[in-house]
Design a protein around this ligand. Sequence first.
Ligand code: FES
Ligand SMILES: [Fe+2]
Length: 363
Amino acid sequence: MPEQNDIRNAYTISADFYRNEKLLSLVKENIFARSWQFVTDTARLKAPGHAVPLTMLEGFLNEPVLLTRDSGDQLHCLSNVCTHRGNMLTEGECHTTSLRCRYHGRRFNLDGKITSAPGFEDAIDFPAESDNLTAVPFALWKTMLFVNASVTQPLFTLAELVADMDKRLGWLPLEKFLFDSTGAREYLVKANWALYCENYLEGMHIPYVHPDLATALDIKDYRSEIYEYSNLQIGIASSAQECFDLPRSSPDFGQRIGGYYYWLFPNMMFNFYPWGLSINIVQPLGQELTKVVFLPYVLDESKRALGAGAALDRVEREDEEIVERVQQGVKSRFYKRGRYAPRWEKGVKHFHDLLKRFVPEID
Ligand code: FES
Ligand SMILES: [Fe+2]
């Protein structure tokens, strides 16, 4: 007798998920606003005095934050909204000793402390703690900086999110991975963000949708591992294809790994290849529109065109085409939900289970 929630007899989430605006706003506030979002790496804030304003998931969360490195060399993530009447504070990336609001001249240090407030000379109980810029939760995995827009409590810590990636790939010299801004790409996909993630989370479509990629990977050796808030798909390189030169300390030592595909709940992909890392961020823009950002971090440029990590743009377009067709399909009056292929779709089910755990309204 299979247990409850056994993949062998479980059903996927209802197609209603991809159409229901109320569910999307619940997902936004209960999941995205309380999850970790990769924003940049520490090289962007190399020296004290640097300040980088960012909008978290523009078009969806729209949360304005400001990353700074203060004079004491400490990193901060602050709300980029002036505590007086709410003007957006810093307008562009800059190097400075203090932050001045352009509206009425209030000043703050790079750690968020208010230092002057013209016009408030007669104010009582001023300044209070609430007059400082609000600190926004942020955390680092090695050189990678993540921010959490939660005003209450993040759903989980960054350490919990990256625990298994760190255990397996902690040997990689991430400080030597250089961001290649000219290689960064943005794709607009006419589909729900979750359909894009689901497609990523199974290798079952590779021989059908990506015939070229299928020759670089030995698909019969494909495997996936499920962790609490992340999962991993391992691509085994076909013979003669580029693979990782693994250290003895790696649990995969002796195997021909062509790619490690980590998915971090809810919307990030950390794909490690012999040439480096492609961080892919899936950004919902609406019920049927998603932006996908590819951020390449290069360790060894000479391997960029080789193996499973090559031709990522082509693979992406092949995925987009199929995902956009699925978007049309799940809107059909006749499609309700499907089943999982037990050998291949553990990651898809894991994603659905997490969605349901944090938004119980999802059926
Ligand atoms: S809104 Fe910033 S000083 Fe008034
Ligand atoms: Fe794909």
